[in-house]
Design a protein around this ligand. Structure first.
Ligand code: A2P
Ligand code: MG
Length: 372
């Protein structure tokens, strides 16, 4: 169902993201049920891509681009520009439950240029290939003026051990200043339960977790899944002293966690910026907490040696050069008539020259140039 333009842009974006996250979850489920995961090794440490990652990304970016052609969208996977996107990958529905909520006052008047969408079509890919299905999530994060503001976490295989045929998809969404929806929160959790990576661990990660004095460590996959543990109060903190997580891993989880009063920063306690032109890796690592964030920051500062800490650089919000912005724009989407896949729809929060280049690229996209 179409949605009135009088509904604030942010709520339209969240509503469309919830709907398309269910479509992407269905795609991931279909890939698993068919049984051919089509695994590609991207060459990093446990850095895999499957048919579910590829198809879910095509579905999410093509659908959001069709509804919001002037909003910047960045997705994790680098995809071939020529692949035809099936018509049924285009989701045009808007989630009606989201639209029943009022947009927070301070977010009512944002416009296209304020927004960047960060998409991880399948977070926890390594775990997906190994059958840890509850670690897998679809992440759509909406940044406004560089701040993680709203997010959607879809868990395609929720409760897969109890519900036959790989569980059931569930969707958690939230907006800063409005709250988060779609889950139950434990009232209380004893001790100091810390969650961290299971498939990308190393000495520094383990030492940094230990510095936070855990009573229990949960080694599980996926940034989305780990933040879900915090949101549901099954863990107190997520500690990841590594540069492996990217903006699309943290934008949606951060927005939801912060809407509940938690925090997600780098391991120094500095905010993570989400403008279109930031480096994609979270070079300062990730620290997410339900409460007492500064206590964790101080423990890490106190107990991890300064040479190790100096390797984790906080991301600066200052825009890099136009050239480097454009060289990052390699991801592919289809144009709105779903004829061909081409060009990442990234707009920059940018100086005029970058904006002109974007407009030129958009024109070429509309003309069907596949080499954007
Ligand atoms: N070294 C790495 N190389 C590639 N991706 C990484 C790396 N470390 C973390 N990630 C991404 O961050 C997420 C959280 O990491 P982890 O599961 O190890 O805690 C992962 O799901 C993975 O995203 P993805 O699974 O989408 O490729
Ligand atoms: Mg990921």
């Amino acid at each position: 169902m179409a949605v009135s333009e009088s509904v604030p842009l942010l709520m339209r974006l969240v509503s469309a993201s919830v709907s398309v996250s269910y479509r992407a979850a269905r795609i991931a489920r279909d890939v698993l049920i068919k049984g051919d995961l089509g695994i590609v090794d991207k060459g990093g440490k446990n850095d895999l891509q499957t048919e579910a990652d590829r198809s879910a990304q095509r579905c999410i970016i093509a659908s959001l681009h069709k509804q919001f052609p002037n909003v910047a969208i960045f997705g994790e996977e680098d995809l071939a520009p020529t692949t035809k996107i099936p018509d049924d990958f285009i989701e045009t529905e808007f989630d009606q439950d989201v639209l029943r909520h009022e947009c927070p006052e301070n977010l009512r008047n944002i416009n296209n240029d304020d927004v960047v969408i960060w998409v991880d079509p399948l977070d926890g890919t390594k775990e997906f290939t190994e059958g840890f299905l509850d670690h897998v999530t679809v992440l759509i994060g909406i940044a406004v003026k560089g701040v993680a503001t709203a997010g959607v976490i879809n868990q395609p295989f929720h409760n897969f051990e109890e519900i036959p045929k790989y569980g059931k998809a569930r969707c958690i969404w939230g907006v800063q200043g409005l709250g988060s929806f779609g889950f139950k929160r434990n009232a209380h959790l004893e001790g100091n339960v810390i969650t961290t990576t299971r498939s990308h661990s190393d000495y520094t990660i383990t030492k940094t977790v230990e510095a936070c004095e855990p009573t229990e460590v949960l080694r599980v996959g996926g940034a989305g899944h780990k933040v879900l543990l915090l949101i549901e109060k099954k863990a107190h903190a997520y500690v990841f002293a590594s540069i492996g997580c990217k903006k699309w891993d943290t934008c949606a989880p951060e927005a939801i966690l912060q809407s509940l009063g938690g925090r997600l920063t780098d391991i120094h306690g500095h905010p993570i910026p989400y403008h279109a032109n930031v480096v994609h890796n979270n070079t300062g690592g990730v620290l997410a907490t339900v409460a007492n964030h500064d206590w964790y920051v101080n423990k890490i500062k106190e107990k991890v040696d300064s040479e190790t800490l100096s390797k984790f650089e906080s991301v600066k919000a200052a825009p890099p050069s136009l050239e480097s912005q454009l060289s990052q724009q390699t991801l592919n989407i289809q144009n709105s008539s779903s004829k061909s896949a081409n060009g990442k729809v990234g707009e920059e929060k940018e100086p005029n020259a970058a904006k002109q280049e974007r407009m030129a690229r958009k024109r070429r996209l509309e003309e069907g140039d596949s080499k954007l």
